[in-house]
Design a protein around this ligand. Structure first.
Ligand code: ZDP
Length: 314
């Protein structure tokens, strides 16, 4: 049966207090219809409260769907659960695309929601990292063109010294905290990523354990002045990676779209994998393809609506 996730408020988005929640492989987001004004209707400190899993709704981030600019259908802004604003968000783009399809197919007249019929299944979305495009496939999965990966140290940004002639930081030994060394490959997917390959099972091989290592890498400002998302990667085969993600501003998450892309790109760059990878994350699998012909990274995976509600506590 058809249900409209995003009952479009008439006058003032915030007044309606409505939200929906989506997740992409357990990476969960509160999504807000913010199409009536051009700044997010909630503040960064509101986002911290909304994302709190005990005192709020609970989510890894808040996504705002704003009017498009620069030739895009919509603009995406996102706040992490700590209130910081990242440039990009891969799982978030998939969730946003599904949200937009529902938003566009519904209209509310005198409180009655009517279905207008499907209008579009492909979106050009403006983000703080530029344009991404998302296509919703028949089975409901969303394919996102994430653009080209960034390797130039200064553009990621990382202060680590480039190890290749074209300015990339690949498999570099870094002392991220006293006595703790990791071999890091730095990749930009709009947002910054530090990829660490591990020789063995992720639960037993990451030293110190993931919950300690993750925040150490995230907050190593001497190497990553804007902090960083950390991926620990076990190579299962040339087409299959197993990844734990510690997200900047959100901590341990069940999945990360940009992180899956960064892991695949780093694995290809270091000769560990081929350009087509299944990336297994705690929340499930994403498909990543780093296309040779145009250097763009394509990611596909699910995005699911889980509930809609009204915010009553801010
Ligand atoms: O760069 C950051 O601060 C990330 N926490 C942004 C969110 C990334 C995300 N998990 C993804 O899927 O790319 C949403």
């Amino acid at each position: 049966m058809f249900t409209c996730a995003a009952a479009r408020p008439h006058v003032n988005v915030k007044q309606s207090n409505s939200f929906v929640k989506y997740h992409g492989l357990g990476n969960d987001f509160i999504v807000i219809d913010n199409t009536l004004i051009d700044i997010p209707v909630y503040t960064q400190s509101d986002a911290v409260k909304l994302c709190n899993r005990n005192f709020g709704i609970g989510a890894d981030g808040v996504i705002f769907a704003l009017r498009g600019k620069n030739g895009c259908h919509y603009t995406m802004r996102i706040y992490n659960s700590d209130g910081s604003e990242p440039e990009m968000c891969g799982n978030g783009v998939r969730c946003l695309a599904k949200f937009l399809m529902e938003l566009e197919s519904c209209s509310v007249t005198d409180g009655v929601t009517i279905q207008l019929g499907k209008q579009r299944d492909s979106y050009r979305i403006w983000t703080n990292a530029g344009i991404v495009t998302a296509v919703i496939s028949r089975n409901g999965d969303v394919l996102v063109d994430m653009g080209e990966p960034i390797f130039q140290a200064g553009n990621i940004p990382t202060l680590l010294t480039a190890t290749t002639t074209d300015g990339a930081v690949v498999d570099t030994e870094v002392e991220i905290s006293e006595g703790v060394w990791f071999k890091i490959s730095a990749v930009g997917m709009g947002n910054p990523h530090a990829v660490v390959f591990v020789d063995g099972d992720l639960d037993s091989t990451i030293t110190p354990p993931f919950e300690v290592a993750g925040p150490l890498v995230e907050n190593c400002l001497a190497a990553f002045p804007e902090k960083v998302n950390a991926e620990f990667v076990q190579v299962i085969s040339r087409n299959h990676l197993n990844v734990y993600v510690w997200e900047r501003g959100s901590g341990r998450t069940l999945a990360c779209g940009t992180g899956a892309c960064a892991a695949c790109v780093a694995a290809v760059l270091t000769g560990r994998a081929d350009r087509n990878c299944t990336v297994s994350l705690p929340g499930g699998d994403l498909k990543v393809h780093w296309r040779q012909c145009d250097n763009r990274v394509l990611m596909s995976g699910p995005a699911e609506l889980v509930f809609r509600g009204t915010i009553d506590f801010l």
